[in-house]
Ligand binder design. Structure first.
Ligand code: HEC
Length: 271
């Protein structure tokens, strides 16, 4: 063994040791670990959303890019669900739909989306890499592609009279309002939570420029998005219990809403 090689090995061992001592067990990252049945329900809902949105875009005289972004995001969501559902064909085909949307070929995308179907196979493992989207991978800073596109799904169904996202932000506010207690629809909570888990997992992997500035801010970003993923997972678990505890659900929805706002206050450029 040469001297320099030995030094190198020594350093590597030391670094590995420090890494193990210095950090808690590495957080499992990647596709959120949620029940397959919950992913299936989300897949049904988001496929419908995608098909409807693409029909609208295909018919529009001046299709808006703001309405198209959530369609692209929905293809990423469906590709993620497909991984767990063990539906490789859905994953491959829906990403092609996403590419057509990204190329503004809405009619073609709408026709392709109509042919998509969900056929669960041998369930895939959670924790794998989130699906990558070709056109987004070409960008130098991935956060300016994945992040605003997936976050758009959180927005209201209509923004400035243009079809927008899945209403998640507004639902969270309405369901946790202090002045008016609304009756919770558990199926809707489950759906919101599956979507939120996946969108926040995309955020976890795509810290924006403000967050990447310093290791401390990047850690803050990761903590906030991880916290949002975990709360979303807890919500799915509670909402799908035989006798869900509505108090627990309300408390977790409130914490999730706070995590969203917290991150926005720290890291959004536009607020
Ligand atoms: C880790 C940080 C982080 C977390 C957690 C987070 N967001 Fe965001 N969100 C952002 C950033 C940054 C943007 C701005 C993205 C851009 O436009 O580049 C954003 C944008 C948005 C938008 C605007 C999308 C648009 O362009 O119309 C909405 C709505 C939104 N987030 C809702 C939510 C909700 C709801 C949650 C929680 C369930 C949440 N966010 C969690 C960082 C976060």
């Amino acid at each position: 063994m040469t001297h320099s090689f030995r030094t190198l090995v020594g350093c590597a061992v030391l670094i590995a040791g420090l890494w193990i001592v210095g950090s808690p067990a590495p957080a499992p990252a990647g596709t959120p670990d949620l029940p397959k049945e919950s992913y299936k329900k989300a897949a049904d809902a988001d496929l419908k959303f995608l098909q409807t949105r693409l029909d609208e875009l295909a018919k529009a005289d001046e299709p808006s890019l703001r309405s198209a972004k959530p369609a692209t995001a929905a293809t990423l969501m469906l590709a993620t669900y497909a991984d767990i559902l063990g539906d490789a064909a859905l994953k491959a085909d829906v990403l092609k739909v996403g590419e057509a949307v990204n190329a503004k070929k809405y009619k073609e995308a709408a026709d392709m989306a109509k042919k998509l179907s969900i056929k669960p196979g041998t369930p895939g493992k959670a924790g794998g890499d989130l699906p990558k989207f070709g056109p987004f991978e070409m960008a130098k800073d991935k956060d300016i592609t994945y992040l605003p596109t997936t976050m758009k799904l959180f927005s209201n169904t209509q923004v400035l009279k243009i079809p927008a996202g899945l209403n998640i932000e507004k639902d969270l506010k309405d369901w946790t309002a202090k002045d008016k207690v609304v009756k919770l629809d558990l199926a809707a909570v489950e759906l919101l939570a599956v979507r939120s888990a996946v969108i926040n997992e995309y955020a976890l992997h795509n810290p924006n420029e403000k967050a990447r500035n310093k290791p401390a801010t990047e850690k803050d970003w990761k903590d906030l998005s991880k916290q949002s993923v975990d709360l979303s997972k807890d919500l799915v678990a509670e909402a799908t219990k035989k006798t869900p505890d509505l108090k627990v659900i309300r408390a977790k929805l409130t914490l999730l809403d706070a995590a969203c706002t917290n991150c926005h206050n720290k890291f959004r450029f536009d607020e």
